[in-house]
Design a protein around this ligand. Sequence first.
Ligand SMILES: [Zn+2]
Length: 322
Amino acid sequence: MKGTFLYDFVDVIKNCSYSNTYKMAWAKSLLEIALEDEWHTHHPITISLETMAENILKYYWNHTYFFNLIQGSNPNKPPEIISIARKLITAYQNAYNTFYPERFERVTHKLKTLPEYNQQLKRVVKTLKQDVSYRFLYLNKRVLPMYQYEKKSNTFTIEPAHLKQLKNHAYMLFDIINYRWALILETYNSSPRIAKKVKITEERKIKRAPLQKYYEKIALDNPKQICFLCNKVIVETPSIDHVIPWSYLYSDDLWNLVFVHKSCNASKSNRVPDESLIKKLEARNRNLLKLLGDMKKTDKHFHELVLAERENTVQKFWIGCQ
Ligand SMILES: [Zn+2]
């Protein structure tokens, strides 16, 4: 197996430095392209850096918009492509007046109508040229013959047989890439469930589960439906909100869920709560725990609340998410 294309590909992934995640994005994009055809031809296949750039922008958009994952060692100077993804997210939010995270694939058609889009995509291509397309071939001072790339070129060529191998092993390769990507991210991010976040952004099903099943329990402590954020009564059906942002936790837990106005929820976006809200949440949890205990409603959610109390979960995650 050593010396084969597939061995080299996996070797680069496994030995990639921890300084940033570009090589993982590059490998994943190549894999995605490999899945698009059967590669029956014998002629080398030309792939443009722009095609790669669009895939790579997609990964970073999804990682950033849903989970705000940090992709490089210097938080004040994120890798260039992350800055580009953030710029596009802001442009999209302004143009469509929304903070609700959407997958890149779902809004690509909208993004392409933004004046910034083509310009930013070109910047991604430029970064790939400078930092990724030829560096991906270098390992331990050797150049691996995985594909042919002339420095500064806008395209590279790859043997169809290589793409076929990628396609045949994609099932395993995606997991190898995701695992390494998560390992790198763990060095910069303190948020929980990193590997799960990396995996789920690939699976096209990042979905916020409906929170209505928590309604009754939240109402036990808050029967008048007072908004957690503005303290006024909610006349309509209350929205259920994560006090510590969902993007950070990537989990729905009773200890973190409260009633809010839809409008209060929308204006809050993903901001970190202040200390008074955290104290208020802790008091609410103590009271809710007592109420549930008194009523002998000792189900799964009750035990999660007990655990959160004992482990000081609210404080821990609040400190972590700042
Ligand atoms: Zn409110």
